[in-house]
Design a protein around this ligand. Structure first.
Ligand SMILES: Cc1ncc(COP(=O)(O)O)c(C=O)c1O
Length: 483
């Protein structure tokens, strides 16, 4: 068996993390001082002139002028021209250290040359797509099976969203049950049944505009880490025909923003077994970022199905797939004439040679270079540095990480939920605006983050890169009110 190595050097003490987050959310916000914030905003007006002009043009044709949910839009989205290693450059020539990492896939660093070379080779011989089988589909499936033995069979798809959709369909076909239980606040893509309890736990269909009630009538959520509530739902569902699947992000919702206690996944596994529900791990982010064995290897828990995205193609397009038990995945058998017990899936460009060759070599390179572990070390250094700054400046902010997934909570907005609806209604907007401002200040300082509160690190983040980053964070955090 292949030796597994993981990005998490020490699992976060979730009791301590939640205690600190609770203290943070109980206090009034500590935003950036107004005079300093004005200086950060001036950066965008004076140094991002071409980005601003492009955005104004884009707004005429593209709704809101931006098409990526994770793009930083305050005060306006900047346009990126060049990506390499740990850095991005915008169209005005400004350089940034990139911790958005396109939302997570670029564990090797941006625009990694050895993978790019293989993609170019493929384009020169085969082009991006033929609609017919290519050997790299098999090579990629074999590789995933080697890294994650629970993936007995694998079906490639176009995105994480599609893969979740397919996984749900397969579990329903296989179990002949309907209910799907997710964790409140978790994002599993934007399919009709999963736009439910998004971002803020307990909000159900709040964001389900344009989605008929019936489409999510069999979706349920439980509050993060509330195993008792999960069990109650499983018991209740048994009376209604049963639960097809429980789907979790194994480090916790939103890439572990609300981290799970170490033993959580094992307990969910046991509950699924007790109630005859299948367990789906959404490893769109953790799949290969936490290590070549994914979160399932790290936690030592075997899901029935695993959903992939992002890393599965090393950041190249059409990143999605679902794998797992052969008897369940066989429901996806394709080709003309598939009938009977099959769950319907499709996709003209899915499993194209470009995506498969990119994924195959990206994963091999990640294994060869030990990229997940190196990226995890960078995440540790960043987190420890942030914790030291927070301590030094006497701030209530909270930094913690799961390897290369680093969280810096300054407004605590992600911790609001429907347990306290009044507080949620009162504080959601101002706390959200605060992280917009924090994100803009980081960006004006040369740091790109995810939503002003999350950083993905990569193999390209050397000690020097992290130390430069920490200097920049210190500059911003020294501008906070009351420091
Ligand atoms: C945990 C998780 N699941 C599913 C998705 C959806 O994947 P995609 O954006 O490829 O549709 C995402 C995307 O960020 C994700 O983070």
């Amino acid at each position: 068996m292949t030796e597994q190595k993981y990005a998490i050097s020490e699992y976060p003490d979730t009791v301590k993390v939640y205690a600190r987050l609770k203290t943070l959310i109980a206090q009034p916000t500590r935003p950036i001082r107004r005079d300093r914030m004005q200086e950060y905003l001036n950066y965008f007006d004076t140094k991002c002139v071409r980005s601003k002009a492009l955005n104004e043009e884009a707004r005429k044709l593209i709704p809101g002028g931006v098409q990526h949910n994770l793009a930083f839009n305050y005060p306006f989205p900047i346009a990126i021209e060049k990506a390499d290693d740990a850095y991005l450059w915008d169209v005005d020539g400004n350089r940034y250290i990139d911790f958005l990492q396109a939302g997570g896939p670029t564990v090797l660093g941006s625009n990694y040359a050895p993978v790019r070379d293989k993609v170019i080779e493929m384009l020169q011989t085969c082009g991006p797509v033929t609609g017919l089988f290519h050997e790299y589909e098999l090579k990629l499936a074999q590789l995933i099976n080697r890294f994650m033995p629970s993936v007995e069979m694998f079906r490639m798809l176009g995105s994480g969203t599609e893969a979740v959709m397919a996984a749900i369909r397969a579990t329903r076909t296989f179990t002949k049950k309907k209910k799907i239980i997710k964790v409140g606040g978790a994002y599993h893509g934007w399919s009709d049944s999963m736009v439910y309890g998004l971002h803020v736990p307990g909000t159900g269909r709040l964001e389900a505009k344009g989605i008929p009630f019936g489409a999510s009538a069999n979706t349920q959520e439980f509050f993060p880490n509330a195993l008792g509530a999960l069990k109650a739902k499983l018991i209740f569902n048994r009376l209604l025909g049963g639960t097809a699947a429980v789907i979790v992000e194994p480090v916790g919702p939103e890439s572990g923003t609300r981290p799970v206690p170490y033993g959580f996944n094992q307990k969910v596994r046991q509950l699924c077994d007790e109630f005859g529900a299948l367990l789906i791990f959404d490893e769109v982010v953790t799949g290969f970022r936490l290590g070549m064995g994914g979160a399932q290897g790290y936690f030592g828990v075997k899901p029935d199905l695993t959903v992939f995205g992002k890393c599965i193609t090393g950041g190249y397009p059409m990143a999605g797939g679902v794998g797992g038990r052969a008897d369940v995945i066989m429901r996806f058998a394709a080709g003309i004439g598939g009938t009977g017990e099959q769950a319907y899936v499709g996709g003209t460009l899915s499993a194209n040679p470009l995506s498969c060759v990119a994924g195959y070599y990206a994963l091999l390179e990640m294994e060869r270079t030990n990229a997940p572990v190196i990226a995890g070390r960078a995440g540790d250094r960043l987190t420890e540095g942030l914790q030291a700054i927070i301590e030094k400046r006497g701030l209530p902010f909270v930094a913690f990480n799961q390897g290369s997934i680093v969280h810096l909570e300054t407004s605590g907005v992600m911790l609001l939920d429907l347990h306290n609806p009044l507080k949620l209604a009162r504080e959601l907007k101002p706390r959200r605006h605060m992280i917009e401002e924090m994100g803009a200040a980081y960006m004006a300082s040369g740091l790109i983050t995810l939503a002003g509160s999350r950083m993905y690190t990569s193999m390209a983040d050397t000690d020097q890169v992290i130390d430069e980053t920490l200097n920049k964070f210190d500059g911003v955090l020294s501008s906070v009110e009351g420091v």
